[in-house]
Each structure stands twice: as structure tokens, then as C-alpha cells.
Design a protein around this ligand. Structure first.
Ligand SMILES: [Zn+2]
Length: 490
């Protein structure tokens, strides 16, 4: 029997969101519970499990999973506790079983208040326990690939799609790599090329944008005889750590020079097209005008307050503009505001209450907005996202101000798909404007119902206007923050 131990740690950090992601924000599953929770989901772990299930000689040993919605940096004590618990769970499993290989499911863009590379730290502690066994990790497309992570993993397998729709397939690719490593005949050569580049915008959409060409080069490498893994990790532009940049990753069986040549070629492609990888934003007033001119639904992308990228979710910038505008079509706006939800609970469904909305978690950017609202409905906040994983927004209230419905939640959620709204009684198809807090990830979920999409230019801790953000740690110079950046490929 071959025993493969696996664990998960994921969160995406936005350093400019002042509201920390504490220990309690991490949803945790232990041991067998992990298998049950992930079976049948569209996740890396279930993709990995399904491939391994085909082999009777392989036994999976689940240890611990800890995952949080994206958010601010993780306080030191919370991160220490989290990593210690995952390590302890792995240590326990390793004391009871012979461990032949390890699969780590990571996001790759986590940051602690005092730790710039939590994944690298976790991997080094896992290595101390398991020693020199094959170790494969999956990571998000937005991962920050650190030198330490590269040293500690045999093969790293990144997502290929943006918006991310290939989590399950990424798990399958990792499992296939693992099977090759376990066959004993494979010697992975993992190389990266570092590009001083931060990217945003529609050209990153792999189906339609320029970036998709780079990913298809990676897929050709993977499909070739000795190709094990390849990808372009663009980094989460809001995780302000020294190694934030774009990285090309190529892993081949042997053939290091070939891998390096290919990584350089893809790197050159990314650098040559850098001017394309910027976001084009339009003002909120123009966006409302687009909605006015559009029959059907216009989706407003509030990328600046994208909880999916790690922002606080308590921006009321677009809400304020809608309240002040004369637009009278139905609008749907999400917001994270615990006291507002509590105030709604106090008066109950059907009641009327004056609430302050937004500007509590990130008060340096947003100021509270006071509105007298009707409480349409109250919910316990438990629902399932489109990928099958559970979401939990704490108590949830649907509030109504004239033509505007507000989904107010106590805890941050991904306001990306339709389910987060529909599960609380608001069908996005019934509105003229729906605000999502997501830069592009919402697109697959809204393609069929949206008549127009506006990337709205408002302030926020995850603004696509990168020059508006107070970077401190990222290695400079880097495009587009600095002028005249040289890249080794030029
Ligand atoms: Zn991502």
C-alpha cells in the first residue's frame, strides 16, 4: 500500500485591507471529515481524490484543512496557531502511518502580519516530519511563488484558468504528477522565471484574453512527453510581500535546460504584452449611465472592494452613488456590516430601521452611510456556493431602500456568483444592476444573464488602479508601479 498524506491551508491576503483575518475565520475540517466534505465538490482535493481512487494500491490519509475567505493579513498569533495545528495533525498521522508521499493544497498568496511566506513556512515544517518523500502542491493562479516553496516541493501545479474554473482539473493534474513521481522513474526539474510585473484587467481572462496564449503554451508543455507541470502565477497584486511578482513555472522530467528555455519564452511573451495587462475602469456615474441605456441586467464589478481578492467588503461607494442617482431600476448591492445586520434583527422582518452601512472595517477609506431601510428578510447565513463548498455569512439581512436591495452580512463572503444572492431570496436576474465584489471571477456566473458589465472605478484596498495603493514590501522597481522597469528578457 502507498500512503499519501494530504492537508490544506488557503487564504488570499490583501495587505491593504486593515481588517485582519483571524484564526476564527478559517473553516476547518479534520481527518475523515475532510474526505466527506470534499467528495463530489469542484475542488483540487476532490480532483486529487478521484484520480487516486482509481488505484487500489493507494491509500489517502487526510489530516487537516483550514480555509478562509480572502481578507487582511493574518495576525502573528493566529497564523502560528493555525500552522501549529496543521503540523500537529500531520505529525500525528505520520506517527501512525508510513508516509510515502504528500499532497499539499495551498492558495499561495497568504501573508501574515509578520510572515511574508506562510506556505513556505508550513512546507518546511512538513518536510521536517515526512523527510524526502515526493511532495506535490497545488496553488492558485494568483499564488506568490517563493524560493522557499520551490525548494521544498518536488512539483507545484498551478491553476490554468482565470476566472478560476479548473480547480478540480488542477487536483487531477497534481494526482497524475504524483503517480509519475511514485513510479520512481521520474526526476522533476522545476524552474521559474521571475518577471517584475503586476497585472490586472480583462486581457487576463484565459478564454478570450492575451494571457490565455501564455497558458496554452504551458498546456502544450504539460501535454508533451516529459512535461510534468507548467503555469504562469501572476501573484495577488494586493499581497504586499517582497516576492510578489509574476512567475513562470515549468517542470519537466529531466531536461532542465529545455524547461528553462520554455519558461523564458513564456516570460518574454508576458513582458512584451505588459501594456495590455492593465485594467480599464469607468466612473460610477458612467456605469450608472450604461445601466440606464441597457435593457436587462448590468453587472457592476467593484474590484476595489473585492472580498475575493481580500478586501473588507464594507465599501459603500457604489451604494452611495446609487442612492444619490436618479436611477430607479432595481439594484442589488452586497455589504459586510455586522451591526447593521444586528439592528435589522432587532426590528425583525417587515420592520423599518435606520442603519449605518459600511465604513466600519476600512474606515480610512469609507465613511458610514445612514439609511432608513425596510427589513425584507433575515437568514442564518448558511448556504452553498456554486462549487459545492459551504459559505457562512453569519446572520444575513436583506434590506430595502427604495429601489435598492442590500444583502448585508456579518462575515465576509465571496460576492462572486449568483448563489450568494439567490440563497438569500434575491435572484440576480430580477435586477437592473447587481454589484459583485470581484474583478473578473464573476463572469462565468453572469455571462448568461448580464446584458452589460462595468468595471467601476471607485476607491478600495484592492483597486485595479495599482498606483493608488500604499505598497511597502514588494521588490521595486516593478511594472506598472514604476517607470522604466527593465526585465532581463529585454
Ligand atoms: Zn486566484
Amino acid at each position: 500500500m502507498t500512503n499519501i498524506l494530504f492537508a490544506e491551508m488557503r487564504q488570499e491576503t490583501a495587505s491593504f485591507n486593515p481588517f485582519p483575518t483571524d484564526y476564527a475565520m478559517f473553516q476547518q475540517f479534520q481527518g475523515r471529515q475532510l474526505l466527506e466534505k470534499y467528495a463530489g465538490t469542484k475542488t483540487e482535493i476532490s480532483g486529487f481524490m478521484d484520480v487516486m481512487a482509481e488505484d487500489d494500491e493507494i491509500s489517502l490519509i487526510p489530516t487537516m484543512s483550514a480555509a478562509s475567505v480572502s481578507g487582511g493579513a493574518i495576525p502573528t498569533a493566529d497564523l502560528d496557531r493555525l500552522i501549529d495545528e496543521i503540523v500537529e495533525s500531520i505529525r500525528q498521522a505520520a506517527s501512525e502511518n508510513k508516509i510515502d508521499a504528500v499532497y499539499m493544497c495551498l492558495h499561495g498568496a497568504m501573508a501574515g502580519v509578520t510572515e511574508d511566506d506562510p506556505e513556505g513556512r508550513l512546507l518546511s515544517r512538513v518536510r521536517e516530519i515526512v523527510g524526502d518523500v515526493p511532495l506535490v502542491a497545488t496553488i492558485d493562479l494568483h499564488a506568490i511563488l517563493t524560493d522557499r516553496m520551490l525548494e521544498l516541493c518536488d512539483v507545484i501545479v498551478p491553476f490554468h484558468t482565470y476566472p478560476h474554473v479548473d480547480q478540480y482539473e488542477t487536483g487531477q493534474r497534481a494526482a497524475n504528477c504524483m503517480r509519475k513521481l511514485l513510479s520512481g522513474n521520474v526526476k522533476p526539474e522545476m524552474v521559474t522565471v521571475k518577471i517584475p510585473l503586476l497585472v490586472r484587467g480583462d486581457e487576463l481572462i484565459t478564454d478570450s484574453g492575451k494571457f490565455g496564449e501564455a497558458i496554452r503554451m504551458c498546456q502544450e508543455i504539460e501535454a508533451s512527453e516529459t512535461g510534468l507541470s507548467a503555469g504562469v502565477n501572476i501573484g495577488n497584486a494586493f499581497t504586499d510581500v517582497p516576492e510578489l511578482r509574476t512567475n513562470v513555472l515549468v517542470v519537466r522530467d529531466g531536461q532542465r535546460d529545455q524547461a528553462l528555455g520554455e519558461a523564458r519564452e513564456i516570460g518574454q511573451f508576458m513582458w512584451a504584452n505588459r501594456e495590455l495587462f492593465k485594467a480599464e475602469l469607468i466612473s460610477v456615474e458612467q456605469s450608472i449611465e450604461v445601466a440606464r441605456q441597457t435593457d436587462g441586467l448590468t453587472v457592476f464589478s467593484d474590484a476595489a472592494d473585492a472580498t475575493a481578492s481580500g478586501a473588507s467588503g464594507d465599501s459603500n461607494e457604489i451604494l452611495k452613488a446609487l442612492v444619490e442617482s436618479e436611477f430607479d431600476g432595481r439594484c442589488l448591492v452586497p455589504i459586510v456590516d455586522q451591526p447593521a445586520v444586528q439592528a435589522a434583527k432587532t426590528v425583525g422582518a417587515g420592520g423599518t430601521v435606520t442603519v449605518s452601512l459600511g465604513g466600519r472595517l476600512d474606515p480610512g477609506r469609507f465613511t458610514p452611510l445612514s439609511l432608513e431601510v425596510e427589513v425584507v428578510s433575515l437568514h442564518d447565513g448558511h448556504f452553498a456556493y456554486e462549487n459545492g463548498l459551504p459559505g457562512f455569512g453569519g446572520n444575513v439581512a436583506i434590506l430595502r431602500y427604495q429601489n435598492i436591495d442590500i444583502l448585508a452580512v456579518e462575515r465576509s463572503l465571496y460576492f462572486v456568483g449568483q448563489r450568494v444572492f439567490a440563497s438569500h431570496g434575491c435572484d440576480p436576474a430580477d435586477y437592473r444592476i447587481v454589484v459583485v465584489k470581484s474583478p473578473n471571477g464573476f463572469r462565468p456566473y453572469y455571462e448568461t444573464i448580464a446584458s452589460a458589465i462595468c468595471a467601476v472605478d471607485v476607491i478600495g484596498s484592492t483597486s485595479a488602479n495599482l498606483k493608488s495603493l500604499p505598497y511597502q514590501k514588494v521588490a521595486r522597481p516593478i511594472f506598472p508601479l514604476d517607470d522604466g522597469v527593465n526585465c532581463a528578457f529585454e
